[in-house]
Design a protein around this ligand. Structure first.
Ligand code: FAD
Ligand code: CP3
Length: 482
């Protein structure tokens, strides 16, 4: 292969948070290490950000995709600092932290001391109205039950039912974890989602005791000094003007990086032979062809599979199913509401028979999102096994959601406006065996398509901080080869 000049050409496919973070760290670290890299970002959409999409409307800050992130996962806070936007961070409302779960048509507060649905405070657990006495007793059997973990990976559903019983799974774990993965617990990998649960059983012989010990032994969060106290205390953080603040700042920081927007990649072609001037050609819908020495694919797994299938076995990519969801955001006059709400929102288990899976009382959870005299609700529709509702036509969807809200909250207020966002095939479901699958796929790529890498929400965590960490890791891996 002949190379022109000494600059490595790196093409990043996908300008969501994973692709943007990788481009940012590629640019910054190449400069620091005195290496030459020419980075191009390509996205089929006309704007950067992927799933992150903030709408400013009539004084409201409306998130159409993710709305916040976990403060204890530092890569996003570090990136905010690197971008000089750490002063834009904002904490969740002190008085809007309790979440509720519906059972038999009523809302019950999540018992205090639950860690991702695992009881750690047995006194408050015994008092919860969410579970029957038999259900609670069954959960506590976990404390004395021998460990019977299978070798290797297991589904979250099998694991949790085995340890703490089916009633808590149905009424607490399932809805809570659907509030992260929109998933079906019987299909999600424990190792790829909550490895700490499996570790608790392995190390302490009990999920409950293990989770208590993990909480006790936790080294206090090393929140960076530049964060104000108020932010250090908050479990979730967001940005005062919405998460798009981060996308805009990345856009600014990447002004000198080449980009092609609104032009999807349709193929990656290996070049070989004496005359080749690059390892690959990246072909776009418009017909444009960009030479590349390294190609970083950050698009959803099913799109990555389409691009790579002609070149390599992509079984592991095809094994990652995606769930379609929608959210319906409604604003109201506070004065037309005959009740207030003291929490962040509520979750709806499948067994309640509603179409919404959850509702965030956004104006109470995030004070920056709404004028003082208004209420903003965000309702979620669609989960694994129940996706049709997310694709209902607008008017039907609005009606269905409003009916559900009226049923749960007993209100009959009429929204000032409604914003619907559909996110078809947007939530990746990590299947049992996902971690091994990912390693096998990456090993195959490095063997058969050197210079081609895959990263993003399909692999090392769906949360925004995980996507940033994965993007940065991929950048460092590529830089190490330059
Ligand atoms: C409704 C919803 C709510 C969520 N809430 C939260 C939350 O509150 N907190 C949190 O931390 N996380 C949340 N997440 C998860 C998080 O938003 C995502 O995991 C993350 O944004 C994914 O980023 P990404 O860059 O990996 O992928 P994406 O954002 O999907 O970016 C991929 C990009 O690739 C582009 N693309 C696709 N195909 C091609 C092609 N052929 N050629 C070129 N470009 C292409 C797309 O246009 C897109 O811009 C939520 C996700 C959803 C769907
Ligand atoms: C109670 C609740 C949750 N989540 C939600 C509620 C509703 C009411 C309210 O807002 O209070 C809302 C929600 N959040 C998310 C979904 C699924 C996707 C969708 O339908 O939009 C839903 C339905 C994505 C998410 N919600 C979250 C993530 C990211 C998690 C991560 O970074 O790994 C995503 C993709 C965060 C989240 N969200 C929740 C937990 C327990 C966690 C993780 C906490 C932890 O790990 O310690 C619960």
């Amino acid at each position: 292969m002949r190379r022109i000049g000494m600059i490595d050409r790196i093409v990043v496919i996908g300008g969501g948070i994973s692709g943007l973070s990788s481009a940012f760290y590629l640019q910054r670290e190449a400069e620091r290490q005195g290496k030459k890299a020419h980075v191009t970002i390509i996205d089929g959409a006309p704007v950067l950000g992927g799933k992150i999409n903030t709408l400013q409307r009539d004084g409201f800050v409306i998130e159409r995709g993710p709305d916040s992130f976990l403060a204890r996962k530092l890569p996003i806070i570090e990136l905010a600092k690197d971008l000089g936007i750490e002063n834009e961070l904002t904490a969740q409302n002190e008085n809007g932290k309790t979440s509720y779960i519906m059972r038999d048509g009523k809302l019950h507060p999540m018992p205090k001391g639950m860690v991702l649905g695992i009881p750690t405070n047995l006194d408050t657990f015994m008092q919860t109205t969410l579970l029957s006495d038999e259900g609670k007793a069954r959960s506590l059997e976990d404390l004395d039950m021998p460990s019977d973990a299978p070798d290797g990976d297991e589904s979250l559903g099998d694991f949790l039912s085995r340890r703490i019983g089916s009633e808590i799974v149905k009424h607490i774990s399932e809805p809570l974890l659907a509030g992260i993965y929109a998933g079906d617990l019987s299909k999600l990998s424990i190792r790829a989602t909550f490895p700490q649960f499996a570790e608790a059983e392995r190390q302490y012989g009990s999920l409950i005791r293990g989770t208590q010990m993990q909480q006790q032994n936790k080294t206090p969060q090393q929140a960076p000094d530049y964060l104000p106290e108020e932010l250090k205390k908050s479990v979730f953080l967001s940005f005062k003007n919405g998460l798009s603040t981060m996308v805009d700042a990345l856009d600014q920081a990447l002004q000198s990086v080449d980009r092609r927007m609104g032009d999807a990649v349709t193929a990656i072609r290996p070049l070989d032979g004496e005359d080749a001037t690059a390892r690959y050609e990246v072909v776009m819908e418009s017909g444009e062809v960009i030479p590349a020495d390294h190609v970083l694919v950050t698009v959803p797994a099913f799109r990555a599979a389409d691009l790579l299938e002609p070149l390599v076995d992509v079984a592991e990519l095809r094994a990652i199913n995606y769930v379609s969801v929608a959210n319906v955001v409604m604003s109201f006059e506070k004065s037309t509401f005959d009740r207030s709400f003291d929490g962040s929102g509520f979750l709806v288990p499948r067994s309640e028979g509603l179409r919404i899976t959850a509702c965030t009382w956004t104006s109470n959870k995030w004070l920056h999102t709404s004028p003082d005299d208004k209420v903003l609700l965000r309702c979620y529709v669609g989960r694994s096994g129940d996706e049709a509702a997310a694709m209902l036509p607008d008017e039907e969807l609005k009606k269905a959601v409003l009916e559900d809200i009226q049923k749960v909250l007993g209100i009959d207020a009429v929204p000032i406006f409604t914003e619907i966002t559909r996110l078809p095939r947007s939530m990746p479901q990590y299947p049992v065996g996902h971690l091994d699958n990912t390693s096998a796929l990456r090993a195959r790529l490095s063997e058969e398509l050197p210079g081609v890498y895959v990263t993003g929400a399909a692999f090392g965590g769906v949360g925004l901080p995980d996507c940033i960490r994965s993007g940065k890791d991929a950048a460092m891996e590529i830089l190490a080869t330059l």
